[in-house]
Design a protein around this ligand. Structure first.
Ligand SMILES: N[C@@H](CCC(=O)N[C@@H](CS)C(=O)NCC(=O)O)C(=O)O
Length: 118
């Protein structure tokens, strides 16, 4: 079972690399401004999780350079569990006006990013 899961993960990564979406072309100052706006965000994720790949592809399509956090690492996993409430990826950490929100569910994360950075 573990081998099948590993193989599926590699296939997902291969597909993602071969058919990688294109980021929109922006002027460097425009991109820098957007990067500044997305600084308070971090995506807790696993490299080969299909739901995480879906969110990363949506981010790429929008040209959002959001920090990626490997939730397999013990310290990150612990923080996700403690502050987010459960170990499930993808999860978007949003620092907003001194408060931290944890947004689960790939569909909701994509919708949030589209609404905020359309
Ligand atoms: N409905 C969720 C499904 C997310 C999900 O099932 N993620 C798996 C990884 S692919 C997970 O976090 N499992 C818990 C774990 O690995 O500990 C979404 O669309 O984001």
């Amino acid at each position: 079972m573990a081998i099948i899961r590993w193989l599926l993960g590699r296939l997902i990564l291969l597909f993602d690399a071969l058919f990688s979406p294109r980021a929109p072309k922006r002027a460097p100052e425009q991109q820098a401004q957007l990067d500044e706006q997305t600084k308070p965000l971090a995506l807790y994720q696993y490299a080969a999780c299909p739901f995480c790949v879906k969110v990363r592809r949506a981010m790429k399509r929008q040209g959002l350079n959001i920090a990626l956090v490997d939730a397999k690492q013990a310290e990150h996993k612990q923080l996700l569990q403690q502050q987010g409430g459960k170990v499930q990826v993808p999860c978007l950490r949003i620092e907003d006006a001194g408060e931290t929100r944890w947004l689960y569910e790939s569909g909701e994360i994509i919708q949030f990013l589209q609404q905020r950075y359309a």
